[in-house]
Design a protein around this ligand. Sequence first.
Ligand code: SF4
Length: 472
Amino acid sequence: MRSLVLIGHGSHHHGESARATQQVAEALRGRGLAGHLPYDEVLEGYWQQEPGLRQVLRTVAYSDVTVVPVFLSEGYVTETVLPRELGLGHQGPVPTGGVVRVLGGRRVRYTRPLGAHPGMADAIAAQARDTLPEGTDPADVTLLLLAARPGNAALETHAQALRERGQFAGVEVVLESREALTPESHAASAVPLSEWPSRVEAGQAVLVPFLTHLGKHAAERLQQALAQAAERFPQAPPLHVGGPVGEHPAVAEVVLALAAEGREDERGGDIDQAHAEAWAALRHLAERGGRLGEVLLTPYGGLFELRHTLDEGRATLDLQTVVTPEGLRDLTARDEAGRWRPIRTWRTLPRGWRAVLSPADLRLGLELLYPAVIEESYAHEHRRLHWTPWMSTARRQTGTLARVQRATPDQVDTVAAQVCASCLRTRLWAGHTLGQTIFSGVPGGLPCAEACTVLLAAVRDEVGREAMGSGD
Ligand code: SF4
């Protein structure tokens, strides 16, 4: 029995950076339902939204866990931040076969990032072919691979592999903007996207962004660069613009290939007993009906209905109904004003929906609605939840977040009072106490074991503002 965990970037501000990870996870879960997956569950975790990296390993059901970063380049995030936040005690390049650690009784294998696998060349080629009009011969087409910045060694490797296959007339790497050019990329004669026609001699071209997603601002920059190219090269050949490679269905194959690298023990692991106990207790609670955070959970003819507690008694016809865990996640991702909810336990759950889930879907539905809440609440109820004091969280931060180490206790308290004001969780890490949890009938009894990344970012910004104000 084994768990597969996909790690995405995520965002404090929007849902776009999680989309590729969500799509792959959904595709793999679909295969699991059809019995074509060598994993018994597929979960998601994110660097900058919930479920966070510190939470996600608490939510796995089995003791054999494979963690695949859905990132396209190897570097600081995949070699420092993710291993550190997952508690792997590893820093630096990840070997083929991954880094294996035993954490909390689970055997966790952390793989290279998605972009490093040779199979990405197939995903790129598939995205290019799907973008071209039907009947186009790729031999007449130059493939342009869009990179956000230079120096992605994996992308250069894929570009070279595609050149060697000879399927396209040519394969070129173009950079998002002229500003991204460095002396090294100049030396390698990279060009910005706005000059792409200078790399295409004849025929047509197809552009595939080597990105997991194309955010709003990146899409605007892309359109601007293409408009500049059109102005500068009025005789440019036709260009077909594809979606980011991270959103192509072929990526699911690459994730599975990456996850299989170095997997030696074909028996898999065992059921994690603490996890199984927590979900058995939740199932018991759900069968009686009850409240969990802002949600009303009611047995519903062999199924379970979830809705906002303030919608209790509202006619079902007045509510938008979803029947899948992912549908529940999407309906509750934004508040009623349309603002993104990076922390799902903020008291901003929108009203006007209901989810009807099968017993088999209840766990995933609740994980997507309130990530890690069931496991952490159950552990706290039984005095087994380990919380991390602020100073420990602050000390392990690197990059721009390392600035939080300079925050005074007063600054942390002040910022937390604002950021956490609308959160259902109780800050154990700040010394607050929580006597009872959802498992003893207190709907808002949810523990917070560690400062989340939204709070860390807010403290970092506060320290920066204060330093600017004092002229440091
Ligand atoms: S740090 Fe604050 S906002 Fe973040 S999860 Fe904990 S209580 Fe909620």
